[in-house]
Write a protein that binds this ligand. Structure first.
Ligand code: NAD
Length: 339
């Protein structure tokens, strides 16, 4: 099947080409650097399948153009589908598939990386030593052992994250509307309500999806409920945190450390080299200026194992669609509550 693949970087092409080859090269993959949006949809003319990533704009207008050009399948190379108008796709007869499961270790381990980066100030230590500055002033950290870690969302990634933090000797508090026996089975772990998790945790890590209900879950009110000097980690979705409330919390000292892999306005920034550009997002630039903030650009998923899983599943889903098989990872229109 002919597939127009948008938002591709060299690593996407490498892994997709390899996954297609491993399956016997059933598909003709045509790679585009640009992201899919209304003005680039014309590139997909004559392609029955289109493959996109997290920041492509699969809205009603774009879908209209794709449908009129013959597209019948959109394969997301990611788990989230907040960028897709599912009702419009359904009305146009376009099927949507995503990658429900890929290495949860990739994201969980990155969250732990952010914690130790912030705690032991590795970002400062690295630059200092390269500058022959061997002073330890300003690098004081804390033992993770004995600290309380709040896990918001104890699904596939949250559970792995909790297991790793248990290995450090942390106490675990969980909050999830759908409690998991796997979390409760961890030594000393217990579920609490969100206010208790916020007020008791030394470290809070977000591992829930973004839904209409939890948009800005972390806001001025919930920041106030946290311990003074708390460490807040977000590797899930940018809109879970009201960035302005986080900045206020950092300035007041309520938030002692902030580590984020996602940002609410990341679509205008991430996955591109803007190093020669004057960034117009003042909120992001202010956030970057704080010494106790570490930002990575949506790279938590970015391991060999995860890319292998993502591309293998994507190729298999396109093959299933072509052969008329049931689509295991189809996003049904009724799932539109999750953004
Ligand atoms: P999952 O579906 O296995 O688990 C999510 C858990 O969150 C579920 O147990 C669900 O009940 C719970 N939940 C839902 N709403 C909640 C709320 N308001 N408060 C607390 N818990 C809530 O998903 P997963 O595979 O563990 O992924 C978690 C999130 O990680 C994804 O939704 C995605 O946003 C993010 N993610 C980020 C990256 C990255 O590269 N940064 C990569 C993959 C996934």
């Amino acid at each position: 099947m002919k597939v127009a693949v948008f938002s591709t970087e060299p690593y996407d092409r490498q892994f997709l080409t390899a996954a297609n080859a491993a399956a016997g090269a059933p598909h003709e993959l045509v790679y585009f650097d640009v992201r899919l949006e209304l003005k680039t949809a014309v590139l997909a003319a004559g392609f029955p399948a289109v493959c996109v990533f997290v920041n492509d704009e699969v809205n009603a207008e774009t879908l209209d153009v794709l449908a009129s050009q013959g597209t019948r399948l959109i394969a997301l190379r990611c788990t989230g589908y907040n960028n897709v108008d599912l009702a419009a796709a359904d009305a146009l007869g376009i099927k949507i598939v995503r990658v429900v499961v890929y290495s949860p270790y990739s994201v969980a381990e990155h969250a732990v990386g952010l914690i130790q980066m912030l705690n032991r100030k590795l970002y400062r230590a690295y630059s200092r030593v390269r500058d022959d500055n061997f002073s330890l002033n300003g690098l004081l950290g804390f033992d993770l052992h004995g600290k309380t870690v709040g896990v918001v969302g104890t699904g596939k990634i949250g559970i792995i994250f909790a297991q790793i933090m248990q290995g450090f000797g942390c106490r675990l508090l969980g909050y999830d509307p759908y409690p998991s026996p796997k979390f409760e089975a961890l030594d000393g772990a217990r579920y609490v309500d969100l206010p208790e998790l916020l007020s008791q945790s030394d470290i809070i890590s977000l591992h829930c999806p973004l839904t209409p209900e939890n948009d800005h879950l972390i806001n001025a009110t919930t920041v106030e409920q946290m311990k003074n000097g708390v460490m807040l980690i977000n590797t899930s979705r940018g809109k879970l945190i009201d960035t302005k409330a986080a900045i206020h919390g950092i300035k007041s000292g309520k938030i002692g450390y902030l580590g984020i892999d996602v940002y609410e306005e990341e679509a205008n920034l991430f996955f591109r080299d803007l190093s020669d550009t004057v960034i117009q997002d003042d909120t992001f630039q202010l956030l970057q200026s704080f010494p106790n903030v570490v930002i990575t650009a949506h790279q938590a998923f970015f391991t060999r194992e995860a890319l292998n899983d993502i591309t293998t599943t994507t190729i298999a889903s396109i093959s299933d669609f072509e052969q008329g098989n049931p689509l295991k990872d189809e996003v049904k229109p009724s799932e539109k509550a999750a953004v």
